[in-house]
Write a protein that binds this ligand. Structure first.
Ligand SMILES: NC(=O)c1ccc[n+]([C@@H]2O[C@H](COP(=O)([O-])OP(=O)(O)OC[C@H]3O[C@@H](n4cnc5c(N)ncnc54)[C@H](OP(=O)(O)O)[C@@H]3O)[C@@H](O)[C@H]2O)c1
Length: 427
């Protein structure tokens, strides 16, 4: 089947599903800000969800925040519910791309992916849940490929900065890059900051089900990726990082799993040299470590039982020391927050054979940007969608279920992100 192109006569380039959610409202604002970047300088879009009243309120709010009163009257509202497949089909038939903000994806994601594949819409999500992302690949990759549909997961802060950051580092390296470590630091200005409950819930159920990942992965029957250069050593569970001058822990989000899938795709489909990857996050000084150990132990214990999960779900602030909250961050907190990925790579110069001896060259790059959850994530998601709309020839030849790096390696996504405040640079 022919690929659904930007020029198809569907009424909307983009439909934002879950526009009434905490993240969805900021995706709405980001789309409204970037309409002139659509194909031929325009973009037709609509909001979708299960409550007309909430969706109209989101448009009203965006109209006020952006000083664009026309949003109240000119953006269509589509009613669709994850539990009603006909409503999802009707929504997907109207869109070139569905921007899916309805999570936790493990509970609500699959029917939307299925409806997109069956009704010919591309799908972009901001899931950071490896189990969901990989089961979509297992279940829908062939169908999506047959239909020329792109299902591209983890297009938010999880995991565009890390996945595209590794590709950027590889492309800037003069020679063969063989390994990369990234160190994430997040700064929340004087107002503090937090992450909304939606992500907390995704984390609770994601971690409680983590033991199912190995058996899911075995179903792919993958051969191990070749290791080029020395095997990248894993750091400890807690260590002092000289790179970022603070204590750090392994990053438990989706980045390592997403980067690995991208590297596999590029190695198997494009004969690229796989880059080994280790992801770490800074936790600050000793005071934070005690909090982290205490919160971590409580979380790991409670997440195993349904009673514990319901406690965690009810009281996010208490169990996360205020890091997650039902209200989410304020706009003021968001304005003062930022992130920085410090990336350290090593490999072999062009005149050196990567199968012989030790790596003889290093590179340092940085990906930095605004607040992670509700500023950087909408920017990344919307720029991913604009890349599909504007650069169809630079996408992989076949449709399928892709990681950001797999789908966008040959596009100008990084340049687009640079222009929108998510900056990639060599230092
Ligand atoms: N990648 C990243 O870095 C990143 C950043 C931010 C968020 N996220 C992810 O994005 C997801 C959403 O987070 P959030 O904080 O925005 O959550 P949220 O505020 O709870 O929003 C959930 C949305 O899903 C909708 N929804 C729930 N059940 C539905 C159903 N049966 N049919 C249709 N819509 C339904 C809700 O609609 P109603 O308004 O009608 O209830 C709401 O619009 C989470 O999975 C989170 O982890 C990822």
């Amino acid at each position: 089947m022919a690929r659904i192109e930007t020029s198809s006569n569907r009424p909307y380039h983009l439909v934002i599903f879950g526009a009434s959610g905490f993240t969805g409202q900021f995706v709405v604002e980001e789309v409204a800000r970037t309409v002139s970047e659509g194909p031929k300088g325009n973009m037709k879009w609509a909001v979708a969800g299960r409550s007309r009243q909430k969706l109209e309120k989101v448009l009203e709010q965006a109209a006020g925040v952006l000083g664009k009163p026309e949003l109240r009257t000119q953006v269509d509202v589509i009613i669709a519910d994850v539990g009603e497949p006909d409503s999802l089909a009707a929504m997907c038939k109207q869109a070139v791309i569905v921007l899916n903000c309805v999570g936790p994806y493990r509970f609500y994601g699959e029917p939307v992916v299925k409806a997109c594949v069956e009704n010919g819409a591309h799908h972009i999500d901001i899931s950071g849940e490896p189990q969901f992302l990989e089961s979509m690949q297992l279940n829908y990759n062939s169908q999506a490929a047959e239909k020329g549909i792109f299902i591209i997961g983890s297009c938010g802060f999880d995991s565009i900065p890390a996945d595209m950051g590794v590709l950027y580092t590889r492309d800037q390296f003069k020679g063969t890059l063989t390994s990369v470590e990234s160190f994430l630091t997040v700064n929340s200005g004087s107002e503090g900051g937090c992450i909304h409950d939606g992500t907390w819930q995704s984390a609770i159920y994601g971690l409680s089900d983590r033991q199912k990942l190995p058996s899911l992965r075995r179903k792919f029957n993958h051969k191990p990726l070749p290791v080029v250069g020395p095997k990248l050593k894993r750091r400890g569970a807690l260590f002092y990082s000289n790179e970022i001058q603070q204590y750090a822990v392994p990053f438990i989000g989706s980045d390592p799993a997403v980067v690995k899938r991208t590297q596999r795709f590029l190695t198997e489909e494009h004969q690229a040299t796989p880059v080994q990857y280790g992801a770490y996050a800074g936790v600050g000084g000793l005071g934070n470590i005690f909090k982290l150990i205490f919160a971590g132990m409580m979380f790991w214990f409670l997440v195993k039982f349904s009673f514990g999960r319901s406690l965690l779900t009810k009281y996010p602030e208490f169990f996360s020391f205020g890091f997650f909250s039902k209200a989410g961050p304020t706009r003021k907190q968001m304005e003062a927050s930022s992130f920085r990925f410090s990336i350290y790579g090593e490999g072999y110069t062009e005149d050196q054979d990567p199968s012989q001896g030790k790596p003889n060259a290093k590179i340092r790059t940085v990906v930095q940007g605004p607040e992670v959850g509700y500023v950087a994530t909408p920017i990344a998601m919307v720029q991913a969608a604009l890349t599909i709309l504007n650069e169809p020839a630079a996408l992989p030849k076949k449709g399928g279920v892709y990681t950001p790096g797999g789908a966008f390696a040959k596009t100008t996504l990084i340049d687009r992100l640079n222009k929108h405040g998510i900056q990639f640079s060599v230092i």
